[in-house]
Design a protein around this ligand. Structure first.
Ligand code: NAP
Length: 421
């Protein structure tokens, strides 16, 4: 269905990047490849039931299908994994949710996910990590984890600027670098090395930290922690930390307090309405999240640290199968299941749709429909607590009732009905 002329149904944006959402907004979805259609079919009735029951029919999402991956190839022919129309439609409608997309094997193919993030300028990868009672977890107190990780999404070593060892391009770059090192009286690098570039800019670091601080203030979190390796990489990761503190000082001085200030000026008591800004070295942060997770809320970090940290944190509360994710910019937001296409399970109606469903919960919160998101969380929690789970959880739980992907979705819908009756 096309909604181009239904302007009253299209989400718009205010100056601080908040969506202004009509009661019947158009939201795009990409089913995805592999298990994508299975999990989308299970998740869609959950979203619709939550919105219909919580708002008694006053609100409804108008779903718009955007094609990418194998479905786009079928519709538009070869070389059309991510059609221009899909990028245009998501840009127009502003908010979208997607299943996983397979990265084609072979030289010259970029990841569709990376392509989408770059084309839509989705600079913040946002990963909430919290525990659902009943989910088997490897640590003694998974319920102490409740963090949300804001990972810079556009630069750092993931910018893809690198050259193969021994290539002419690598040698040319190394010769240039060695000239500079010689001027500084430092030892040169081996011309046989591979080279990767780690760009980190003030603009991109600041907009990421700004979004993280705003989120903490709007959602009642106590702290924002800047996670970096600035002790070793002073001009990149160290600058990220300094720019992050700069954003807090210059733009949120009345609403934030740094950790040192807290003890110098406030005897360690957080002044009402303020968020603590602190920083941790990345390696120490992995220990901290395991040992004292309750001391952390919002985390803001460069791309590579964030990639490692979000998977480790998700594992701590019971694995990636249930981890939601979002990629957010100032005029667009794309919510997504964090796992891949698991091709061996495609079409079997078997896998856990939890990651996509919880990504939808984040989407509902993002558009200001938090009540609908909360009812899904409650219904999902109850479904798991009843022992009704898909194979991945069932194999780790005692006395679980293993159900299909679609049955798990249907059980959540049933619980939504009971909770709102
Ligand atoms: P994967 O698809 O995530 O699957 C790895 C394993 O994780 C599965 O075999 C399964 O474990 C488990 N798993 C994944 N999703 C699950 C779910 N919903 N419920 C239960 N278990 C689940 O990773 P992969 O095999 O490395 O990647 C396959 C393709 O996905 C690749 O083409 C990759 O590029 C793509 N990918 C896409 C995205 C994305 O679109 N965001 C992200 C990652 C990867 P068991 O075998 O133990 O049951």
């Amino acid at each position: 269905m096309e909604y181009k002329n239904m302007t009253e149904n299209i989400i718009t944006w205010n100056a601080s990047g908040h969506p202004i959402v009509p009661d019947n907004p158009v939201i795009s979805y990409i089913e995805g490849d592999g298990i994508g259609p299975d999990i989308w079919a299970a998740a869609l009735p959950v979203f619709d039931a939550a919105v219909a029951n919580v708002y008694a029919g006053k609100r409804r999402i108008l779903w718009h299908e955007a094609l990418a991956g194998e479905k786009a190839l079928k519709a538009y022919g070869p070389d059309n994994l991510l059609p221009e129309k899909t990028v245009e439609d998501i840009t127009r409608y502003g908010v979208a949710i997607k299943g996983p997309l397979s990265t084609p094997v072979g030289k010259g193919f970029r990841s569709l996910n990376v392509d989408l993030r770059q084309k839509l300028d989705l600079y913040a990868c946002v990963r909430p990590v919290r525990y659902f009672p009943g989910v088997p977890a490897p640590v003694t107190h998974p319920e102490r984890v409740n963090v949300i990780i804001f990972r810079e999404n556009t630069e750092d070593l993931y910018a893809g600027v690198e050259w193969e060892a021994g290539s002419n391009a690598a040698k040319e770059v190394l010769e240039l670098v060695n000239e500079k090192l010689k001027q500084d009286g430092r030892q040169g690098l081996s011309l046989e090395s591979a080279v990767g570039i780690k760009p980190m800019s003030k603009f991109n670091s600041c907009r990421l930290v700004r979004r993280a601080i705003r989120y903490a203030l709007e959602n009642g979190y106590e702290s924002v922690t800047l996670v970096h390796k600035g002790n070793i990489m002073k001009y990149t990761e160290g600058a990220f930390r300094d720019w992050g503190y700069g954003v807090a000082r210059d733009e949120f001085s009345e609403q934030t307090v740094t950790e040192p200030e807290l003890f110098e000026n406030f005897d360690g008591n957080i002044p009402k309405g303020r968020v603590i800004i602190k920083d941790r070295i990345a390696d120490a942060m992995f220990q901290q999240l395991l040992l004292r997770p309750e001391e952390y809320g919002v985390i803001a970090t460069p791309n590579l640290n964030g990639d490692y940290l979000s998977d480790a944190a998700a594992a701590q509360v019971g694995g990636l199968g249930m981890a939601p994710g979002a990629n957010i910019g100032d005029r667009c937001a794309l919510f997504e299941a964090t796992h891949g296409t698991a091709p061996k399970y495609a079409g079997l109606d078997k896998v856990n749709p939890g990651s996509l469903i919880l990504s939808g919960v984040e989407m509902l919160r993002f558009i200001g429909w938090a009540e609908a998101g909360e009812i899904i969380v409650k219904a999902l929690t109850r479904t798991i607590a009843d022992g009704t789970v898909t194979y991945d959880l069932a194999r780790q739980m005692e006395r679980a009732r293993e159900v299909k992907c679609s049955e798990f979705g249907a059980a959540i819908v049933e619980n939504i009905r009971r909770l709102t009756a």
